[in-house]
Design a protein around this ligand. Structure first.
Ligand SMILES: [Cu+2]
Length: 210
């Protein structure tokens, strides 16, 4: 074998070995890439799982809020404390003056139109001079509408007992008192919400002057 031939064979072998190495290397490299991608994909997946846990945690918070909201509702029901835009219930001993009201079977209040001043505390002394039960409910239009709906609901349920801080129910021949502090100027309404009475016009007006 000549030196030239041997050199050629060596070069050929070297080239083959290099090609083999390159090929094998390339295969190995791409296999590694794939593995890395897979790891990244799993890492993404883990993130997703964490997000899911957070989403569930948020959901739990909401559930707790919901429980709190229900707890508030229970408190309101127990205390029966309502907010009124036209003033607030007051103690009879704080009354500035007394207004006597007649509730009768003609479905009217006497007097029908009352005038008070903003800041005044009034004790209404309501006497039922008729033979039907009547009530004296103080409010704005919204309150009157709500009270009328409530009474209709209670009648449908066969339940008569009802306590509101802005209303008194007066049996025939009886007298009931309601003391109210008028904080806001405006025109408000008195109404009777015994079945059919409000619709029959058993309504009056209270002007609260500045
Ligand atoms: Cu009435």
């Amino acid at each position: 074998m000549t030196f030239r031939k041997t050199r050629s064979l060596v070069l050929l072998f070297a080239a083959f070995a290099f090609a083999l190495a390159a090929c094998g290397g390339a295969t190995t490299v791409s296999a590694d890439d794939g593995a890395e991608d897979h790891v990244e994909a799993e890492a993404d997946h883990d993130d997703g799982a964490e997000d899911h846990v957070e989403a569930e945690a948020d959901h739990d918070d909401e559930a707790e809020d919901h429980v709190e909201a229900e707890a508030d509702h229970d408190d309101e029901a127990e205390d029966h404390v309502e907010e009124f835009s036209f003033g607030s219930p007051a103690d009879a001993s704080d009354a500035d003056r007394v207004i006597e009201i007649d509730a009768n079977d003609n479905f009217t209040f006497g007097p029908t139109n009352l005038v008070v001043s903003a800041g005044e505390t009034i004790t209404f002394v309501v006497t039922n001079t008729g033979n039907l039960p009547h009530d004296f409910t103080l409010g704005d239009q919204e309150t009157q509408d709500e009270h009328e709906a409530e009474m209709a609901e209670m009648m449908a349920g066969g339940e008569m007992a009802h306590t509101d801080h802005n209303a008194v129910v007066v049996d025939p021949g009886e007298t009931q008192e309601l003391t109210w502090h008028f904080s806001e100027a405006g025109t408000f309404i008195i109404g009777c919400h015994q079945p059919g009475h409000y619709a029959a016009g058993m309504v009056g007006a209270i002007s609260v002057d500045v």
